[in-house]
Design a binder for this molecule. Structure first.
Ligand SMILES: [Zn+2]
Length: 432
């Protein structure tokens, strides 16, 4: 078996792995500035996708340019999330370099899509392929590829600890080669329950003091996690941005069974007020089916004056409705901004944490509101990665998807593993 990492090697973003020149696993984009896409020309016979995050699916419609029509295999939620993200990319960046595909290519995706559940083996480009629950976001999968001689396990992103939306992964299918993500190989995290309790107490304190809490969160997974936490602790909340549509998708009949507790997510949606273009607020679902305009700045400013919780994109304050909410609440020390994940160096979210001010919507702004950070990551931490890999002591481990892939591979080798971290574009073979 020959592998070539055309993205996601010793980096995070634009994940893409080619197997024997015929099968493509993931085809993401790095949405940084400038954006980055997988390298080289790929012309796969078939595509298999691990999960619906932009850094794993963002470039997929581009595979349908010209006459190419490779079948694309994924779970129903991954298909849905990819379509949602791709339409969003087209709307924001269509016709520019930041969008690697056209409307026509996206439309073809519905024709080549083939959905599969967990543990249902299917055929793709001559390989036997099986998805296993990866516990990362709804529909996320470890991908097992079998060519009759060699079994390759591509972990995709995964989590070993239970979250509100999902149980941690317990699948450890036998494999000869394991391509393992390593996003948090140097981070040890406290139990999720402790982090949740601390978050809830902090939010409640601000609400009792009469303040507003803005919770910047990624649209896929994180927003709905926080919605579930609010529901369980009787915290009223508004939800704004793409995360509202993702919540609706998760509850559709073909996707519900990928949730740990669909009833909890349904209650969380009932507890939340989705911000849309009608009157700036509605009890979610009340007006489903009506055409939506975008909410106005004025509507958002009125919500920001309330003694409430606002869950909104973007998670690292790159843009989105947070660009109205944060400036609106920033001047009052009773208010709070509760970040819900790691903030990448150079993002406004990171600047805000480090310096107390950030460039928001093109203007440098000092922030007097309290700023806090909670690690609600959907990735395994260092202990999670190590416990997962304990099941693969006799396999070859290839480390990818991380900022310190080489260091983690060195560490595994020192502990007796056959481990390495291939570089971008570097071919790797079982015969080598
Ligand atoms: Zn992911």
């Amino acid at each position: 078996m020959e592998l070539e990492f055309v993205g996601g090697a010793r980096e995070i973003g634009r994940s893409a792995l080619v197997v024997d020149d015929t099968l493509l696993l993931d085809f993401g984009m790095d949405s940084g500035n400038p954006p980055a896409f997988p390298v080289g020309d790929v012309d796969p016979e078939a595509v298999v996708v691990s999960h619906g995050h932009l850094d794993h699916v963002g470039s997929i419609p581009a595979l349908l340019a010209g006459d190419a029509r490779p079948p694309v295999h994924w779970t129903p939620p991954t298909y849905d999330l990819t379509m949602l993200l791709a339409r969003d990319t087209l709307k924001l960046h269509g016709g520019t370099y930041d969008c690697p595909f056209t409307e026509a290519e996206l439309a073809r995706l519905t024709q080549v899509s083939e959905t599969h559940g967990y543990r249902e083996t299917f055929e793709a480009a001559g390989y036997e392929v099986t998805f296993y629950d990866a516990g990362h976001v709804p529909g996320s999968a470890h991908v097992l590829i079998d060519d009759g001689e060699t079994r390759l396990l591509y972990t995709g992103d995964f989590h070993t600890e239970d979250q509100q939306l999902l149980s941690g992964t317990t699948a450890r299918p036998d494999a000869d080669i394991v391509v393992c993500e390593s996003t948090y190989s140097d981070t040890s995290r406290r139990p999720r329950s402790e982090i949740e309790a601390e978050f809830v107490e902090s939010v409640q304190t601000t609400l009792w003091e009469g303040g507003t809490v803005v919770v910047p969160a990624f649209a896929i997974g994180r927003t709905q996690e926080i919605m579930c936490i609010c529901e369980q602790h009787d915290l009223e909340c508004y939800v704004d941005g793409l995360g509202t549509r993702v919540a609706e998708r998760f509850l559709q009949s073909e996707n519900r069974d990928f949730l740990r507790d669909p009833e909890l997510v349904r209650r969380a949606k009932g507890n939340a007020r989705f911000v849309d273009g009608r009157d700036g607020q509605r009890k979610s679902g009340a007006l489903a089916g009506h055409a939506r305009r975008g909410p106005s700045r004025g509507q958002r400013k009125r919500i920001a004056e309330q003694n409430t919780v606002i869950i909104t994109t973007s998670g690292m304050l790159h843009g989105g409705p947070a660009m109205t909410y944060i400036p609106a609440i920033r001047s009052h020390p009773v208010n709070k901004i509760a970040m819900t994940g790691y903030q990448v160096e150079g993002t406004p979210g990171r600047d805000l944490l480090d310096t107390g001010s950030a460039e928001l919507d093109g203007r440098m702004m000092p922030v007097s509101a309290q700023v806090e950070q909670y690690d609600f990551s959907a990735h395994a931490d260092r202990e999670g990665l190590r416990s997962f890999l304990e099941s693969y002591r006799d396999s070859t481990v290839l480390v990818n998807h991380g900022d310190r892939c080489v260091a983690f591979a060195d560490e595994l080798r020192a502990d007796g593993f056959d481990a390495s971290a291939p570089a971008l574009g570097e071919p790797w073979s079982t015969d080598a």
